[in-house]
Ligand binder design. Structure first.
Ligand SMILES: *[C@@H]1O[C@H](CO)[C@@H](O)[C@H](O)[C@H]1NC(C)=O
Ligand SMILES: *[C@@H]1O[C@H](CO)[C@@H](O)[C@H](O)[C@H]1NC(C)=O
Ligand SMILES: *[C@@H]1O[C@H](CO)[C@@H](O)[C@H](O)[C@H]1NC(C)=O
Ligand SMILES: *[C@@H]1O[C@H](CO)[C@@H](O)[C@H](O)[C@H]1NC(C)=O
Ligand SMILES: *[C@@H]1O[C@H](CO)[C@@H](O)[C@H](O)[C@H]1NC(C)=O
Ligand SMILES: *[C@@H]1O[C@H](CO)[C@@H](O)[C@H](O)[C@H]1NC(C)=O
Length: 651
């Protein structure tokens, strides 16, 4: 209960019923509090409503109570409605805690096994050295000991001959003296002129050289625990490429990671993902560069005009302002692409990749799963639409064909590999999200080993996974060596050819995981790569690599020595605009997916252009992996259209 505020007069009386101080000298006769005065925020008896509060609009106390109860209940509702937010935040936090605990356990295991392995290696080396020492020492000692015994024997011989002779001469009978004089001169003469093994037949060198400084330094810096304090809601993106960009030109967005207090993070390795898409699902090609100082550059090229959405996610959460609306316009100085004969006008200073614009009705690919070719180009059939189910794809990349008549697809964003028969029947898929040990993160390359194993390049896991032919995870190789494996192939010795796109190198591994050799570095030289994507191996065991950013195809022998290259940037015959998938047939003909020109070209084994595969009826859109099926057709991942297509060629 409050003081009556109705006038400035001094309070001088107290209404015991209303429990309120009144400013007029008056006592209420029946002081029962049954009214409420809103301006004074006080309860009143009826008399007070007629006197001191007569100017005020008082209401019955019950009504006031009801009204305030309703208000309170509304407020309760509003407050309670905040609980789900908190619940879901708690769930996320608990997930994180759980995830951290799991990660910690798995890293602990990794650390233990890594060091146990090193210790094992060290112990093996130690035993080998000790054994070598023992053997070397033993051999030398044996030689020297043999020599010592011989000399001792000779020494004894001399002593005994001398003492025998002397004794006989001094103390012997006449007969004995005669015998000695007859026999001994020859023997003593022999001993006098005999060659004794006086030169040491071995040397006394036994040293141990060991250089441990480098090793110690390496061990000192062995392994790092990688993480950041970056949070998505503070992380910002900037740059011209954030709102508007020009078709085919390379655009850049800089992302600055920040911690919970908005302070910039200074270290790299945060989990950042970028995705550009349109309502009909097309994606552009882009790459995130880690500047290792807390900033990241997202470089991307969009193949066609339109309104796109750019999602930038840090640890799976949208960063500030994401998703961004992206308007992609056609630049005035880029001529529309024609039949390949027309030269493209290059806009100044653009070190970019332009993808040939392909017109297609959005509804064209939306329904049937398998589609026979209605217009006669070289296509035989097409499988798949965008989606997450069996026989559907999201950004498929690598393709392989098994000798047993299967087609394997690395379904990159669905994190699985799908297997089909040569005629397009879905057979199996594996790797679909779960917590299995062989979880695929971003499968980009796939190949089939002659022993039936399925080899998968996992770009984000930075290793190559090996699965049995029925999809059971067996092992991983290249862990700790690879930076971003994109394509994978198998050579004639059963070794794995792994194209490390990030490291711009090609690794050759034995199936056991032992590194056989490695070649290539970043650059435009013959033995370098500017962005290697996929590999194929021909019957001479030569390795054929597509170099996306050098717009060429390079051929090496099995030791990694450069043999030949072909292709340059352009739209003419034999030119490329970022080559991706590659396959080679039994005659050595090389089939190359030309990503930016959205076409497939065929070359002979010397790299001379032979022909195109006719894809005019249902144009490709950013083709990626490519393989030859066991029945002699070309299968290509039509990535932008989220399907794969099978073609006849050279017919
Ligand atoms: C981070 O590294 C990039 C590339 O080296 C550089 O351009 C940028 O200025 C650096 N940023 C900071 C905040 O150091
Ligand atoms: C993109 O959006 C703008 C404005 O919302 C609109 O004017 C334009 O026609 C759209 N462009 C395309 C290709 O859809
Ligand atoms: C990045 O985060 C996403 C979502 O949390 C996860 O699926 C993916 O495996 C992470 N990638 C890497 C390379 O850690
Ligand atoms: C490709 O096939 C279509 C349909 O049969 C045909 O009209 C066109 O001339 C072919 N293109 C070439 C270059 O052969
Ligand atoms: C590709 O590499 C060659 C040298 O092997 C170089 O002359 C050429 O400029 C490079 N092409 C591009 C587009 O970088
Ligand atoms: C490739 O070149 C070599 C040497 O010039 C030649 O002998 C061979 O016939 C050529 N191969 C093809 C398929 O043209």
């Amino acid at each position: 209960y409050r003081l009556c505020l109705c006038s400035a007069q001094a309070a001088s009386l107290f209404c015991t019923g209303c429990f309120s101080v009144l400013h007029k000298l008056r006592l209420c006769s029946t002081p029962v509090p049954s009214f409420w005065c809103p301006p004074c925020e006080t309860v009143l008896c009826q008399e007070c409503t007629l006197s001191e509060h007569s100017e005020h609009s008082t209401i019955p106390l019950k009504d006031a109570m009801d009204q305030s109860k309703t208000t309170l209940q509304e407020q309760l509702g509003a407050v309670r409605r905040r609980l789900p937010e908190i619940d879901s935040a708690l769930r996320v936090l608990m997930d994180f805690q759980q995830q951290l605990t799991t990660q910690k356990a798995s890293i602990e295991e990794d650390i233990h096994s890594t060091f146990e392995e090193i210790q094992k290696t060290l112990n093996v080396r130690k035993s080998v050295l000790l054994m070598e020492l023992e053997v070397t020492y033993g051999l030398k000692q044996k030689v020297l000991q043999g020599q010592v015994s011989n000399l001792l024997h000779d020494q004894e011989e001399i002593h005994s001959s001398c003492s025998f002779t002397e004794k006989a001469l001094e103390e012997g009978s006449e007969d004995e003296k005669l015998l000695v004089m007859k026999e001994m001169p020859k023997r003593l003469g022999e001993l006098t002129s005999q060659e004794f093994p006086l030169q040491p037949q071995e040397n006394d060198q036994l040293d141990f050289h060991v250089e441990t400084e480098c090793l110690k330094k390496s061990i000192h810096n062995l392994g790092t625990i990688v993480t950041t304090n970056a949070v998505a809601y503070e992380t910002e993106a900037s740059g011209e490429g954030l709102q508007q960009c020009v078709v085919g030109q390379s655009n850049s967005v800089t992302i600055t990671t920040k911690d919970k207090d908005g302070e910039p993070c200074r270290s790299g390795n945060a989990n950042l993902t970028a995705e550009i898409f349109t309502p009909d699902g097309s994606v552009a090609d882009g790459e995130i560069l880690d500047n290792k100082n807390g900033t990241y550059d997202f470089l991307y090229t969009v193949p066609k005009e339109g309104n796109f959405t750019l999602s930038l996610r840090l640890y799976d959460q949208h960063i500030k302002g994401s998703p961004f609306k992206l308007m992609v316009i056609k630049s005035a100085d880029v001529s529309p692409s024609g039949d390949g004969a027309k030269k493209r006008v290059k806009s100044p200073g653009s070190g970019h990749i332009k993808q040939r614009a392909v017109k297609r009705p959005a509804s064209m690919f939306s329904t049937s799963k398998k589609k026979e070719n209605p217009i006669e180009d070289d296509m035989i059939f097409r499988i798949g639409t965008k989606g997450r189910n069996k026989g559907e794809f999201t950004n498929l990349q690598g393709v392989a064909a098994s000798p047993t008549g299967n087609i394997l697809i690395a379904d990159s964003n669905n994190q699985c590999v799908q297997i089909f028969s040569n005629d397009g029947q879905f057979i199996n898929r594996f790797g679909v999200r779960g917590r299995s040990p062989g979880q695929l993160q971003r499968p980009t390359g796939v190949s089939v080993h002659p022993n039936g194993d399925i080899i998968i390049a996992d770009y984000d896991n930075k290793w190559v996974s090996i699965f049995s032919s029925d999809g059971k995870f067996k092992t991983k190789i290249g862990h700790g060596k690879l930076m971003g494996p994109k394509g994978v192939s198998v050579d004639k010795n059963g070794n794995l050819i792994v194209v490390d796109n990030k490291a711009c190198s090609v690794f050759i591994f034995h199936l056991t995981g032992k590194l056989v050799t490695k070649f290539g570095s970043r650059g435009n030289g013959d033995k370098q790569f500017a962005g290697p994507h996929f590999a194929a191996v021909n019957n001479n065991n030569e390795i054929i690599i597509t170099d996306f950013h050098n717009h060429s195809v390079k051929v090496f022998n099995s030791e990694g020595e450069f043999l030949l290259k072909f292709g340059s940037n352009g739209e003419g015959n034999g030119q490329f605009n970022a080559p991706t998938g590659v396959a080679v047939d039994n005659n050595g003909n090389i089939i190359v997916a030309d990503w930016g020109n959205s076409r497939i070209q065929v070359f002979d084994s010397n790299g001379s252009f032979l022909s195109y595969i006719n894809t005019s009826a249902e144009p490709l859109y950013g083709p990626q992996g490519l393989a030859l099926t066991s029945d002699g057709h070309v299968v290509v991942a039509d990535s932008g259209n989220h399907c794969y297509k099978v073609y006849r060629y050279l017919q």
